[in-house]
Design a protein around this ligand. Sequence first.
Ligand code: SF4
Length: 357
Amino acid sequence: MRRKSKVVKIGEVKIGGGHPVVVQGMTKTLTEDIPSTIEQIQKLQRAGARIVRVAVPNMKAAKSLSLIKKEIEIPLVADIHFSSELALEAIKQGVDKIRINPGNMGEKKILPIIRKAQEKGIPIRIGVNSGSLKGIFPLKDKSNLEKHQRIIAKKMVESALKTINLLEKEDFREIVISLKSSDVLTTILSYRLISKKTIYPLHLGVTATGPLFQGLIKSAIGIGDLLVEGIGDTLRVSLSDSPLKEVKAAYEILKSLNLSRRGPVIISCPGCGRCKIDLNSAIKNLLPKLEEINFPLKIGIMGCEVNGPGEAREADLGVAYIKGAGVIFRKGKIIKRVKEEEIGETLLKEAKKLIPQ
Ligand code: SF4
C-alpha cells in the first residue's frame, strides 16, 4: 500500500509512481579531488547505490562535475547550499539532478536555477533541513517536546510547500522532496504531513544520525516507520561512518520490509549455553562468502544442532554448528554434515541449486 506519487526521472533511474524504492549514496571525498571522488562513486555503485550525490561547496568542485560524470554509470546529483552560481555551473556541467536547500536560498536565487533546470530537463530536489530553518529556537522546557516537534515538522512542510509553489508557478514539476531532521520523530511527523499535501516523490532520510550504532538505529526507526506506512520513493541513510555502510544499511532496511531483493537475508541466532563454538566469529567468517549470493535467499546460521534447524525453519538454507563441523539444513530438514572449513563452500553450492536460472 504505497503512497501514490508522480514519477520523476533522474538520468535513467525512475523514482515514484510505485517503482521500487531507490537507494542513493553520497560521497565523502572532496568533490574537486576528482580521482578519489570517482573511485568512491564506483565503490558506491558496486555496493548498490543507484544514484549518487556529491557536495558542491565551491566553484572548483562545480567545475569537476563533468569529468566525474564521464567516469561513472549512475546518475550524478549536485548538492547545493547558499549559491545559485554553483547550481547553474553544476547544471552546465551536466548533472542529472540538483538538490537545493530552501532554508539557505531565497526566491531570487532559486528562480534562475529552476529556469536552467527546466531548459536542461533535469529535476530539482527541495531538500528541507530542520537545522537550516529560520525562526526555530532550541527547546528550553523539555515537557514541551512533542509540541516543539510538531511545530518544526509544520515549518519544514511549509518551507517545502512554499518552494513547490514557486517551482510550479514556473511550470516546473520535476520535483522531489525531502524533509530531514536529526530528530527521528520530527522527521516522521514532517513526512507524514507532506505525504498528504503533495504528489511529488519523497526522498527519505534522518540527518546527522550520529556514529554507526546509533545512526543505524535512528535511520532504521525513522525510515522504516515511514516505509511501513507506504511513504517514501527513494532513500539515503546518513552515518558518521563509511558511505559504503550507508548503502548497505539502506538495503538492510529495505530487505527487512521485503522491499528489496538484493542479496541474502541472514537469520542467525544469538547463541546461548547450548552453543559449543565461537558463534560470532563463525558468522563474521561466513558473511563475506554468503554476500556472493546475489539472490534474496534466507540463510540460517545457528549455534546448535538440537534447536538450530527448527528455530530457523523459515530459512531456505542454513547451517547449525557443532564442534568442528556444521549440519546443513534446508527448510528445517537436515541434508548433510560437513567439516567446519567446508561450510561456506557447501552453503554456496546448495544456494545455487535454489536460485532459479
Ligand atoms: S539455536 Fe541453539 S545455540 Fe542458538 S539460541 Fe537456539 S538453542 Fe541457543
